[in-house]
Design a protein around this ligand. Structure first.
Ligand code: HAM
Length: 427
């Protein structure tokens, strides 16, 4: 598990802000579900034979009740959707969420045991248009974050019947080759054979070469759905690759599946930024109505590492620098002046340690403050403040009220000139 220190938060907030804006552009509303759910919810929704449920959940029993720290957000969202009878009032529901998830995985760069996801779930639209629109929305978002080497992988799993037929065919094909399989895959041959297709193990890869593909078992409607998703992606000019061995690690998917990778140089093996797909039967399987759904989640740490957006980490706009010993009149006036600046919307800090002017200027620099308001004995006697502009390299004494106005004007003018710059082009 990972600490996120204040100096990294600027980048986190930037990604979160861009995500929240993207979500509102597409009509998604934020939902917050609990960090803890009943263990049975995850085993039913995600599948008993998945890595997540088999070995990665933090589960515990509290007063005889089996509980689990959520390893992902989809099951909880579907539970909330059913519990609050949302389908009765909304034909189509678009929810987004952000928050911590927990999986007992082996940590590496971009993979943690407590990690944050930004995700979304769309209930009530079975049409292929929304699959493609969701993928394109993600590409727009990731481009805005300036993430290099984006690659969209898509596949279709068909419906439950296709999966059952394919599962049988795969087991038939792999059983004579069982000696070639890794230990994990040998076990998966009975529990979850589709996962063998995902294996990175060389022996397994060799064994599945030449295996029947799921596409041979797709029904007509599944094929039509996938073709329509692809046609819509083409229409949107969203680049993608069909990856027919993509199955993903959660059992609930049907039809469209997708992953987006990026920044491979920085992230290496953990370069999957987003994973998602359709899960048209989860809501019904959990006891709700037959409502189709599709969603995805992105790993926030990975987005932060991958994004090449420059973030200026200015903690404050102004530093109030009283001179003298701690507790002197200048200090007391300084604290009041800082409060008055904040009333005008200026982010500021006051240094009451009794440090030298040089030390206080160094602190202003560290915090990214452009303005320094110096209050010494002379200024106190005259009711003035020295206003120092570190960008413009100017310093001027002026009456206290005028000093506040002056600081506000300078900072406003600077923020206007930033706002009026043409938007930066995204790649
Ligand atoms: P997932 O593929 O398990 O899907 O996770 C989605 C993303 O979360 C991954 O692509 C990765 O970026 C990030 N992630 C997963 N595990 C870790 C980890 N241990 N450390 C850091 N990042 C991680 C889901 O969770 C599904 N609920 C997505 C979904 C929503 N499908 C439909 N709706």
């Amino acid at each position: 598990m990972n600490d996120v220190l204040p100096e990294e938060m600027g980048r986190w907030h930037r990604v979160e802000q861009i995500y929240a804006r993207t979500m509102s552009l597409y009509g998604y509303r934020e939902v917050r579900t609990p960090y803890v759910e009943s263990t049975g919810l995850f085993s039913r929704a995600i599948g008993e034979a998945t890595d997540v449920v088999e070995k990665e959940m933090y589960s515990f029993v509290h007063h005889d009740e089996p509980l689990t720290l959520r390893p992902e957000g989809t099951a909880g969202a579907a539970r909330a959707y059913i519990e609050h009878n949302v389908h009765a009032t909304e034909p189509v529901t678009r929810w987004w969420y952000g928050g911590a998830m927990f999986r007992a995985e082996r940590p590496q760069r971009g993979r943690y045991r407590q990690f944050y996801q930004l995700g979304a779930e769309l209930f009530g639209d079975a049409g292929p248009g929304c699959d493609a629109e969701m993928i394109d929305m993600l590409v727009q978002f990731l481009r805005e974050l300036r993430i290099p080497d984006l690659k969209v992988l898509v596949n279709t799993l068909g419906g439950p019947r296709t999966r059952a037929l394919y599962r049988d065919a795969l087991v038939q094909y792999l059983t004579p080759k069982i000696g070639l399989l890794s230990e994990t895959s040998r076990r998966r041959l009975t529990t979850n054979p589709l996962r063998i297709l995902d294996s990175k193990n060389e022996q397994d890869r060799e064994a599945v070469r030449g295996a029947p593909t799921l596409h041979d078992f797709l029904g007509e409607e599944d094929i039509a759905h996938f073709q329509a998703v692809r046609a819509q992606l083409d229409k949107l000019c969203t680049p993608y690759t069909v990856e027919d061995k993509l199955v993903r690690g959660l059992d609930y998917y049907t039809r469209t599946l997708f992953e987006i990778v990026g920044a491979t140089e920085k992230l290496g093996a953990g370069s999957t930024l987003v994973g998602g797909g359709r899960y048209d039967f989860m809501v019904a399987d959990l006891g709700g109505p037959q409502v189709p759904a599709i969603g995805y989640a992105a790993g926030l740490e990975r987005l932060v590492i991958a994004s090449e957006l420059g973030v200026t980490d200015k903690v404050i706009d102004a530093l109030v620098a009283p001179l003298g010993a701690p507790g002197c009149l200048a200090m007391m006036e300084g604290v009041v002046l800082a409060r008055d600046l904040r009333k005008s919307g200026i982010r500021c800090e006051v240094d009451t340690r009794g440090t030298s002017l040089k030390g206080q200027l160094r602190r202003a620099n560290t915090l990214g403050a452009r303005m320094v308001l110096i209050l010494g004995e002379d200024e106190l006697a005259q009711g003035t403040v020295q206003v120092k502009d570190l960008d413009a390299h100017t310093q001027e004494a002026m009456p206290r009220d005028q000093a506040i106005r002056n600081v506000v004007d300078r900072l406003m003018a600077a923020s206007r000139s930033v706002d009026s710059r043409p938007p930066r082009e995204t790649t």
